[in-house]
Structures are given as structure tokens and as C-alpha cells.
Design a binder for this molecule. Structure first.
Ligand code: COA
Length: 167
């Protein structure tokens, strides 16, 4: 990336099936920070992914999942997932752009809040997320985290739970 490039040069768009392999590679590259996603999982959830492109390169991606079981079922909680920006493209606002893109994408659903489990709380705090107790998202812990191959217990997992109220 040329020096001086910033988020305004980035094209944010909905992912297509043509992006699936590059998304898979990006998520796999960040396997220490992200929940692993097999190719089949990415393909069947491709409509929940956004990608950030710069000069034809996939600079980053983000996805979401609605959890009606958390909070009010008719004003659901949306989880941010698979948020990643390739290392050479970082600290130029692309991560923030992706998160804002997901916020715009879910706004018509009238979701109540955006939730994330993360090892990078500073990034999400800079967007307005605040830390919440993991007990607030018990359904996610028992339906998702419990199947994690990295940690046996969601409460000893170092990931922090964070939440942002949506308008
Ligand atoms: C976290 C990540 C997505 C941030 O992407 P990014 O494009 O660099 O983020 P932005 O440039 O939009 O950062 C916005 C602000 O967040 C904060 N921030 C971003 N990365 C940070 C980090 N690693 N540590 C502390 N603060 C950070 C800063 O305040 C930054 O503003 P600044 O650059 O003006 O100081 C990226 O570092 C990444 O892909 N990490 C590996 C995967 C990962 O951990 N994903 C999150 C999983 S939930």
C-alpha cells in the first residue's frame, strides 16, 4: 500500500461467493485471534460478510450473527464476528470502517445492541463499545464458546465481552 493511503480510498462492500477463498485465508491467518471458520461455514454465511478492498486487494473483512436469544427477542443482539484487517493495512481506519459498515448493515433489522468477544478491547473501545460481564451473553457462551477448541471454559478464556447500544 502506498504511503498516505487511508480509509477513504477503501471500497467497503457486501461479500460475494467470489470472496470466500480470500476471506477464508484472512480468517485463517488470524487463527490466534479469531474463531476458526471452515470454508463451508464462510460460504453458507457469505451474506453476513462485508469486505474492505484496496486496489483490488482484500484488506479486511467483518461478519455478524443475530442472537435473538440474548436480550429482547424482538430487539435482538447482533454479534460482530471475524473482524480482521491484514497487517500492512492496519491503523488507517479500515477496521473502524468495517465495524461501522456492519452497524449500517444491521440498522434496518432494528437490533438493540452490537456485541463482540475480543482480545483487542482498545480497538472496540475506540468505537464506543464498553466491557460487559460475560454472564450477559450466556446463550452465546453455551451455544458458541462451549464448542471452542482453544479454551475449555468461556469464563477463563481471555477474550473480553463488549457491547455497543444501537440507536
Ligand atoms: C483489531 C483490528 C481489526 C484493527 O484494525 P485497524 O484497521 O488497524 O483499526 P483502525 O485503524 O480502524 O483503528 C481504530 C482505532 O482503534 C484503536 N486500535 C486499533 N488497533 C489497536 C490495537 N492493536 N491496540 C490498541 N488500539 C488499537 C486505535 O485507537 C485506533 O485509532 P488510531 O490508529 O487513530 O490510534 C486489526 O488490528 C486486526 O485485524 N487484528 C487481528 C485480528 C483481531 O484481533 N480482530 C479482532 C477480533 S474481535
Amino acid at each position: 500500500m502506498a504511503d498516505g493511503t487511508n480509509a477513504s480510498d477503501v471500497k467497503l462492500r457486501c461479500a460475494t461467493l467470489h470472496d470466500a477463498e480470500r476471506i477464508h485465508a484472512l480468517v485463517h491467518l488470524h487463527r490466534d485471534e479469531l474463531v476458526p471458520r471452515p470454508m463451508g461455514n464462510i460460504v453458507e454465511n457469505i451474506d453476513r460478510f462485508l469486505v474492505a478492498e484496496l486496489d483490488g486487494e482484500l484488506a479486511g473483512c467483518a461478519a455478524y450473527q443475530i442472537w435473538p436469544e440474548i436480550g429482547d427477542p424482538l430487539k435482538a443482539t447482533v454479534e460482530l464476528q471475524s473482524v480482521a484487517v491484514r497487517a500492512p493495512y492496519r491503523r488507517r481506519g479500515i477496521g473502524r470502517l468495517l465495524v461501522k459498515g456492519v452497524m449500517e448493515r444491521v440498522a434496518p433489522f432494528r437490533a438493540k445492541e452490537l456485541m463482540v468477544l475480543t482480545l483487542t478491547p482498545e480497538f472496540f473501545a475506540s468505537i464506543g463499545f464498553r466491557e460487559i460481564p460475560k454472564t450477559h451473553i450466556m446463550h452465546k457462551l453455551y451455544a458458541g464458546c462451549i464448542n471452542c477448541t482453544k479454551h475449555a471454559n468461556p469464563f477463563t478464556c481471555p477474550e473480553r465481552a463488549m457491547m455497543l447500544e444501537l440507536g
